[in-house]
Design a protein around this ligand. Structure first.
Ligand code: 6R9
Length: 569
């Protein structure tokens, strides 16, 4: 697909090359009042600062789901997060204690998360879909002292097995206190609306996000308050947030995007933030954009693909003309999806690359930059990325290797909770953080994702990135989703096997299989065409929408599937 030229307009980042040249993180740090005091609190900078500096009456949060429809100004967010802080103090929460939040998106999630941060606690958001084992692992490992949840989810909390867990706050207006299980709502109402902020050091703990790898238990990635420097910087240069924007990030706070970009970045930038509760539904989503006149929209390829399969006719029933800037994260953004975005929204979807471990956006497409569909873009000013070999040598353009980042950016994780050895393993190549992704960089400095290191397929001597094959497959009109793995083969090393979910209205036939194979053969490369195909109703995905190739591989090879706690139900 052809490159798409830069978008004209008054963007925060006007000239990428120039910004990179002149960049200094110290200048960003000076934005915050803590530059003078040395002490900091992210929740103060995100909420109270704006409430006290002319934005008290501006809406900070628009919240809606099937039952609730509410909005809160920055002044109200300050009050309610103060109240939540006081409720947590009553529950004996002290600086550094872990407060976990296991509930669906509701305003109370945002109040308590900010309230916990205000008193110096480390917050741990958990996906509402976690089952008991996943909840136990995370609460046990983190030693959480307080948990905030709902009556339904409480059934999955093995309280008696968790010696560190002292108090459970239950968000439900009719819940009756029962020993350590206390109703949250009435306490929020009764709590004082002022609280003394706990001023912490930049390096003090902020948030723990558990992510699962291919082996072992999920690991707790710890971020600190200093991360706000990068949240703020990327809110400006990548999200391109302007004071009047209405911003919507569709991610749940159980995933790092839902906190870094669903909470911290927009509010640090003092922008109105939209939260839509409930499950994904194309009509609800389009309605949300239309109703709030969303201007900046951050979502994920899976969601875009699901919107795509809901059809273009549906889009036409809504007025989405408020949209100015659309972004994506979480998995490769297929050129096909970019093309669709241009067609139906008249917007190019801007891909961004980062990870739970990096804490904030790292490699991105900017409005004022030419987009090369399929590429993740270029490193943000202040971040140095490279492709390196397994010994840490930088590779020249167009060579596939490890995507690595020069150590030391503000939002970098500071620990793997209880696992120093695991933390150190990220930095085994001197001076580099090795991401575990493989990629290449073209002559012009654009980065192109190829796969997770262990996903790269070697077939008959050819290296094949599964993403390229998957991207091609989903361009076929019959294919809704595709996951591609290397299947061991005595002759070719590996052959390419595709797991495919068909769109509605298509049936598996030999003709269709052959047609799909030819489609990849002619559209991509002969060696990239799947020799084997298996059709399923749907594919295993993480809740953030990534197709879990390792699960496909485990099915294929009859191996244990490993940790499935991040898998969608
Ligand atoms: C923020 C987030 C991280 C992994 C990462 C990579 C994949 C993320 C991507 C992408 C291709 C992009 N990933 N963004 N792959 N293009 N733009 O997603 O964090 O859940 O920790 O996942 O996601 O493989 O290593 P996390």
């Amino acid at each position: 697909m052809k490159a798409l030229p830069a978008i004209e307009g008054n963007h925060n980042l006007k000239n990428y090359e120039e910004a990179v040249q002149n960049f200094d993180w110290e200048d960003v740090r000076k934005t915050f009042s803590w530059h003078k005091t040395g002490k900091v609190n992210l929740a103060y900078e995100a909420i109270d600062y704006h409430a006290e500096n002319g934005k008290g009456e501006q809406v900070a949060l628009y919240y809606s789901d099937a039952r609730r429809d509410e909005s809160y100004t920055f002044a109200e967010m300050k009050t309610f997060s103060n109240k939540a802080a006081n409720v947590l103090k009553e529950a004996n929460v002290k600086k550094g204690d872990r407060v976990f939040i296991f509930m669906p998106r509701t305003p109370e999630l945002y109040f308590t998360l900010l309230g916990a941060i205000k008193i110096g606690a480390i917050v741990g958001p958990l996906f509402e879909a976690f089952m008991e084992g996943a909840v136990r692992d995370r609460l046990e490992d983190s030693g959480a002292k307080v948990l905030i949840t709902t009556p339904t989810l409480l059934e999955r909390v093995p309280f008696d097995d968790l010696p560190d867990l002292e108090t459970v706050l239950v968000a439900d207006e009719t819940y009756e206190d029962n020993g350590p299980f206390l109703q949250l709502n009435k306490r929020l109402q009764a709590a004082p609306s002022d609280v003394a902020i706990e001023w912490v050091d930049r390096e003090d703990g902020l948030i723990l996000h558990y992510t699962s790898g291919s082996t072992g238990k999920p690991k707790g990635v710890l971020h600190v308050h200093e991360a706000m420097v990068q949240h703020y910087h990327t809110a400006k240069v990548v999200l391109d947030l302007q004071p009047d924007d209405i911003y919507w990030c569709t991610a749940d706070p159980g995933w790092v995007t839902g906190t870094s970009y669903g909470i911290f970045a927009p509010w640090l930038a003092g922008v109105t933030n939209v939260v839509r509760g409930g499950r994904f539904s194309p009509t609800d989503w389009y309605e949300t954009i239309q109703r709030y006149k969303v201007t900046v929209w951050y979502s994920a390829p899976t969601a875009f693909r699901m919107l795509m399969s809901a059809g273009d006719e549906l889009v036409k029933q809504y007025d989405l003309s408020s949209l100015r800037h659309v972004l994506s994260v979480g998995e490769p953004l297929n050129p096909e999806v970019v093309r669709w975005g241009v067609k139906v929204f008249d917007k190019r979807i801007h891909d961004t690359w980062w990870m739970t471990e990096t804490g904030a956006q790292m490699i991105c497409n900017y409005p004022a930059m030419e987009i090369r569909p399929g590429s993740m873009g270029k490193p943000i000013p202040g971040v140095e990325a490279a492709i390196i070999d397994d010994r840490g040598n930088e590779l020249p353009p167009n060579r596939m290797g490890n995507l690595a980042i020069k150590k030391g950016w503000p939002a970098m994780m500071r620990a793997i909770w209880n696992n120093e050895a695991k933390y150190q393993s990220y930095f085994e190549l001197d001076g580099w953080y090795v991401s575990g992704d493989s990629a290449y960089m073209d002559e012009d400095g654009y980065f192109w994702f190829q796969g997770r290191i262990d996903d790269v397929i070697m077939t008959a001597g050819e290296r094949v990135g599964p993403f390229e094959v998957e991207s091609k497959l989903v361009e076929h009109p019959a294919v809704a989703e595709a996951g591609v793995i290397g299947k061991p083969d005595p002759v070719r090393g590996e052959i390419i096997k595709a797991f495919i979910a068909l769109r509605q209205g298509y049936e598996v036939t030999d003709e269709l299989k052959e047609e799909i194979r030819q489609f990849v053969k002619t559209g991509l490369a002969a060696h990239a065409a799947p020799r084997e195909m298996e059709f399923r109703k749907s594919l295993p995905k993480t809740r953030s929408g990534k197709i879990m190739r390792r699960v496909l591989k485990a099915w294929e090879l009859d191996l244990p599937t490993g940790d499935l706690s991040t898998m969608e139900d």
